[in-house]
Design a binder for this molecule. Structure first.
Ligand code: PLP
Length: 418
């Protein structure tokens, strides 16, 4: 049935994806019930309502952490986490060269200077050795991004962070259900951030969560999301600059239900992702992302690598041929579409209109530039990795047909024939 020598679909052959993907339904009666309760209660404001509080309690219970603070987005969550560290403007914060802009927004708003560490060529996660190389006397924190559903090498990262006395924030936006040597991501750093945007394992449209065991960080996060109003003490006297990043009761209601789906969604993706990995380990010309021993991948994204020495094709051409086989995928579109420091905001140093702050600042004695070539592994990754989704509602047949499509295209482009 799966004949790899079959003509490619782009050449008029049959599609490798023989059967349609099943329909996906992520929300249902349970969400409707809680949304009804919110509307009936007539309270949509988190502080006076019950759903956001319940969401926070349940999330903390599931993580085995003391505190969770819900907010409007993953971007807000990272911003809150960064803000709780109370770093002076001009401090350097090291993070991954491959991540979403949401990791950077809060760093920049706090007047901090992002410094990018290159990634490991096998996992595309921030490489602790590269982190160590970019630490300077001005480094004050590290934001570890668990990319695509795979944990950063936390033992090595925490060891070096300890040696340099640097707090670690975990950006877990892409990493629900992802474990590192038996520990859940989000429980290893000082404070962590999650996202519930539309694309994540669980979603309430837009939403975020900060998690920590630290009482003071919990307090700072809870007032940072609320204009620095101290609602718990009934005090309205802001003592630092803070946005409004509140989560509404409507988001909280949906998020509360979605939480209960994490285990099911991530274990199914893990099962399907490993099945596809197994196929690709046996497919000449391509290879799966490597999952280091002791790590549990939750396949927020499914990434595989082209062996460009063996294939006479660019990632873009490969991607188009695979799409024609009925397998949606993207080339040059790992998270962010390019290493983040190649975005205009860093290249032009244009975070705030009419100024180069915080990249250039006399007060903080900063003059930071970001250049092509800063993180060569990350830059190269966008030329050789392909990204697709392995959703929890896919069947084993879907995975086998995806693997067949990849195998068919790879065989076609193998140097010297397949
Ligand atoms: C690693 C990472 N951090 C932060 C964010 C920001 O999350 P949100 O889109 O909810 O603001 C994202 C979102 O894609 C992300 O992938």
């Amino acid at each position: 049935m799966y004949d790899l020598s079959e003509r490619l679909a782009v050449q008029g052959g049959p599609l490798a994806k023989r059967t349609p993907f099943p329909a996906r339904k992520r929300h249902g009666e349970a969400e409707k019930r809680l949304l009804d309760e919110v509307i009936d209660s007539d309270i949509l404001f988190f502080f006076s309502g019950t759903k956001v509080h319940a969401f926070q309690r349940r999330f903390a219970e599931m993580m085995g952490l003391k505190h969770c603070i819900a907010c409007a987005s993953g971007t807000a969550a990272v911003h809150m986490a960064v803000a709780t560290l109370e770093l002076p403007p001009g401090s350097e914060v090291v993070t991954s060269a491959i991540t979403d802009m949401g990791t950077l927004t809060g760093i920049l708003y706090q007047g901090l200077v992002p410094v990018f560490a290159d990634v490991d060529p096998q996992t595309l996660n921030m490489d602790p050795a590269a982190v160590e190389r970019v630490i300077t006397g001005r480094t004050r924190a590290i934001v570890a991004v668990h990319h695509a559903g795979l944990a950063v090498d936390m033992d090595r990262l925490l060891e070096l962070a300890g040696r340099h006395h640097l707090p670690v924030i975990e950006d877990c936006a892409q990493a629900y259900g992802c474990q590192y040597h038996g520990r859940d991501v989000g429980t290893m750093g000082m404070i962590s951030a999650f996202s519930l945007n539309h694309f994540k394992h669980i979603t309430c449209g837009s939403g975020g969560m900060v998690a920590t065991n630290d009482d003071r960080l919990r307090y700072l996060a809870s007032i940072f999301l609320d204009k620095c109003y101290q609602r718990e003490e009934k005090i309205r006297n802001p003592f630092f600059l803070a946005p409004n990043y509140q989560m509404t009761e409507l988001q909280g209601a949906v998020a509360l239900v979605q939480l209960e789906r994490i285990a099911e969604v991530t274990s199914r993706r893990n099962q399907l992702g490993r099945r596809l990995d197994e196929h690709l380990r046996n497919t000449p010309g391509v290879g799966p992302q490597s999952t280091p021993p002791g790590c549990r991948h939750s396949y927020f994204l499914y990434l595989f690598k082209l062996d460009l020495d063996r294939l006479r094709v660019s990632a873009r051409e490969f991607s188009a041929a695979l799409a024609a086989e009925g397998v949606p995928n993207e080339a040059e579109q790992i998270t962010g579409g390019r290493p983040v420091y190649l975005y205009d905001i860093f290249q032009k140093r244009s975070a705030f209109p009419g100024s180069h702050y915080p990249f250039l600042c006399a007060d903080t004695k900063t003059d930071k530039h970001y250049r092509q070539g800063d993180c060569p592994v990350a830059e190269d990754a966008f030329r050789r990795w392909i990204m697709l989704n392995v959703y929890e509602h896919y069947t084993e047949t879907d995975i086998d047909e995806i693997a067949f499509g990849i195998g068919k295209v790879a065989r076609h482009f193998l140097r010297g024939g397949g």
